[in-house]
Design a protein around this ligand. Sequence first.
Ligand code: OSB
Ligand code: MG
Length: 368
Amino acid sequence: MRIASVEVHRCALPLVRPFRTSFGTEYTKDVLILELTTEDGVVGWGECVAAPDPLYSHEFNDAALLVWRDFLIPRVMGRELTAEDVPSLIGAVRGHPMARGALELAILDAQLRATGESLATYLGSSRTEIPCGVSVGIPDDDSLDTLMAEVAGYIADGYKRVKLKIQPGWDLVPTRLVHETWPDMPLQVDANQAYSRNDIEHLVKLDEFGLLLVEQPIHEEDYLGHKLLAERMITPVCLDESVLSVDNAESLIDYGACEIVNIKAGRVGGYLSAKAIHDMALARGVPVWCGGMVETGLGRAANVALASLPGFVLPGDTSASDRFYTQDITTPFVMNDGLMTVPTGPGLGVAPIPDILAELTVSRVHVA
Ligand code: OSB
Ligand code: MG
């Protein structure tokens, strides 16, 4: 295919409730959606998982716009290519995996729409439906009652696994309460790097709650801290922010810093890299699960496809659209008995609903 044009839709989606983590609170989802058109007139869609501010990672929306315009899109425009060529064509550009991943996804979507194949089939899916977990933020009012009401609602919805966001001062007490109230509900926690290697003895106290895993407790660059924690803790240590590529994931596993991998395609530069990490982990017998970045239906469709690969043995942060949005930009993803159906249509299998996309769009940039 040859890319003829790329348009960025900057959208603002109100969240059903604020989403608070150890690094900040989001009230609205401010998201960049790529619309790419090929010379044959095929349209492909990609969602960028960067946020307006560089708080989860160094990436942020305005930087993604510049990187696309000045460095990434010029390397792929107007030349004959396939999606598999994209990582090497843009490989000279350092960093910016979320921007790279969104561009690769739009190209892959266009390619698969042209051939009629679904993303799930292309990636090597082994299931038609996947179990869903839910990520629960720190309550805006710091109240345990608020947390318990929110978790009770998700359990009533049918979620098969609960993940609590934790930070110093909001860890043992909420985790114990949720564990004791729903002892059979698979439970895990995510600190988004809020602790240090000096907190190992404190983090070990989480062991009494029988958690599936503890996610990214310590700073992303502190591999020794995670290794020391993994040696000391019964609960498996899972890494999110630290995992950036297949080679770095294998290094972290081999070193002993990572016992379970959270795979987020945006964080690792796209779905081809995500699949490579999955394949490596499956071969090594390391469990993986699909992370989320509060995606709209576009990114959610791709995550659900990825999560249907055989190595995804734990429920992912693949919640229903209504966990975050009253109005998604695509047909909403729904859950039945805690399961979600993997899209089977060509490419992502969903596309933005034109009127709704227009309604939620704040600005449009013609990048190329
Ligand atoms: O660390 O997993 C994370 C959301 C935004 C940024 C980082 C993270 C999250 C989540 C997943 O916890 C939320 C979701 O998409 O379900
Ligand atoms: Mg995380």
